[in-house]
Design a protein around this ligand. Structure first.
Ligand code: NAD
Length: 447
């Protein structure tokens, strides 16, 4: 099939590449000329495991192409995926300006039947807005053609995006058109051989499904973080509680790790946007607002623990950070807990020495060069001579540590572990003070 994908970010690039990899003829379009130039030369703008060789191979074999020319892009595909960003607006609702700009572009260059597919995460009612935007431009042009707008939200996880796209648990399509159902079935048939994963529903239900899925997962995380705070107050080890509840199949082990809060480009903005959607129809979504508030508070927990460890005096201290990305296997720093910690440390007059396996360039891009931030090439260099070590991201490379060695390297024997990676007994045996999240003897963050 001939497919156009608007946006070559995490979702657009993975979607385009995976669809090309199963044999479709894909043209990816972006307004960012640097990104498109890079992609044509095999330079991938993001870190996503397995993506680079797939992009290079499919581009070389001619199934995956890149352009900034919107007219060529619109004329190319019968299917037009919109996978551009939907960042939070000032009030937290989803900013649809990029989605609607693409809709207008499609209207401007459409030369026959097209299916416009909202893959970006968009609030209920957006397909109608996309429809109206296209109809408006077509009317201005005095051009008439059939087209359909459908919703096909994306559920991939950064860090495992190719696996998720290629082996989806479900493919949700919101449409009331038989023709769209057939075309979407054809598009996704390579992923549908084992059993039927397509779930067809109304457009509005599909739009809400995406937000509901993310809100549910964020709720599990915030719930567990709430338990971790309670555990600290009650002197209980929350890790034992996690095992005790995760074993119940109705609860399960996934998404109940206590930590330093969820980040990334999706959960924070999507929970917020759904709450704003609720506000806009006069419904006070109390649970969603609580999920958001608990997460906000949890992100402050690492700084609060450090403050307690140093009696509130962090000025002039050097704090080592292991992990900067919001989760492992990505370089994405959007809403990462490490950012809240670094910014609080700088405000308190402390210096940060940080290492992350993939997110150093992104950190540099965000914060630039500053005297109180040093980015170093290994976890060992980061720890050397630091006054405390904080684990912000649970990268595999941080899981096994020689604590006796660490004790030697650190100026003060303090570890604040935002991901509960280590066995407290083992760490303490080496003479280190270990403050994890919700574990017995954790320093209460008192936030
Ligand atoms: N990142 C994820 O894990 C994830 C998962 C599921 C859904 N989503 C949703 O998918 C959407 C895209 O997210 P992302 O993380 O890929 O965003 P991103 O910011 O990484 O990429 C968006 C891209 O769109 C491009 N763009 C903007 N306007 C354009 C236009 N008019 N024409 C062509 N390109 C344009 C930008 O230059 C950018 O390259 C969002 O709605 C997001 O919520 C993201």
């Amino acid at each position: 099939m001939k497919i156009t994908v608007f946006g070559t970010g995490y979702v657009g690039l993975v979607t385009g590449t995976c669809l090309a990899d199963v044999g479709h003829d894909v043209l990816c379009v972006d307004i960012d000329e640097g990104k498109i130039e890079g992609l044509k030369n095999g330079i991938i703008p993001i870190y996503e495991p397995g993506l680079e060789p797939m992009v290079v191979r499919n581009h070389k074999e001619g199934r995956l192409n890149f352009t900034t020319d919107a007219e060529t892009a619109v004329k190319h595909g019968t299917l037009q995926f919109i996978a551009v960003g939907t960042p939070p607006d000032e009030d937290g609702s989803a900013d649809l300006q990029y989605v609607l700009a693409v809709a207008k572009t499609i209207g401007q260059y459409m030369d026959g039947y097209k299916v416009i597919i909202d893959k970006s995460t968009v609030p209920v009612g957006t397909a109608d807005k996309v429809n109206i935007a296209i109809a408006g431009v077509l009317a201005e042009r005095g051009y008439q053609t059939d087209y359909a707008v459908c919703s096909n939200p994306e559920f991939l996880k950064e860090g495992a995006a190719i696996e998720d796209f290629s082996k989806p648990s479900r493919i949700v399509v919101g449409t009331d058109s038989e023709q769209v159902c057939e075309l979407m079935r054809e598009c996704y048939s390579p992923y549908n051989r084992n059993h039927d994963k397509l779930i067809f529903m109304d457009v509005r239900a599909a739009e809400l499904t995406k937000y509901a899925a993310n809100a549910m997962l964020a709720t599990k995380i915030s719930f567990m973080n709430e338990m971790s705070q309670l555990a600290e107050h009650l002197n209980v080890d929350v890790e034992q509680v996690r095992l005790g509840i995760g074993s119940d199949p109705r609860i399960g082990y996934q998404f109940i790790y206590p930590g330093c809060g969820y980040g990334g480009s999706c959960f924070p903005k999507d929970v917020q946007a759904l709450a704003r959607t609720a506000d806009s129809v006069g419904y006070d979504a109390q649970l969603l607002k609580a999920v958001e508030a608990v997460n906000y508070r949890q992100k402050e927990t690492l700084f609060a623990k450090l403050q307690r460890a140093f009696d509130g005096d962090l000025a002039g201290k050097t704090i080592a950070l292991w992990g900067l990305s919001f989760k492992p296997n990505t370089d994405d720093m959007r809403a990462a807990p490490s950012r809240v910690l670094m910014e609080s440390l700088w405000e308190a007059g402390a210096n940060v020495v940080a290492y992350d396996p993939e997110a150093m360039n992104e950190t540099h891009r965000i914060y630039g060069k500053r005297d109180d931030l040093t980015l170093v090439g290994t976890r060992e260099i980061a720890a050397e001579g630091a006054d405390a070590l904080v684990i912000c991201t649970e990268w595999k490379a941080f899981r096994a540590v020689d604590f006796n060695w660490l004790k030697e390297k650190l100026n003060f024997p303090v570890i604040v572990d935002g991901r509960n990676l280590y066995n407290p007994e083992e760490v303490k045996k080496a003479g280190l003070m270990y403050y994890a999240v919700g574990r017995a003897d954790s320093l209460r963050s008192c936030i």
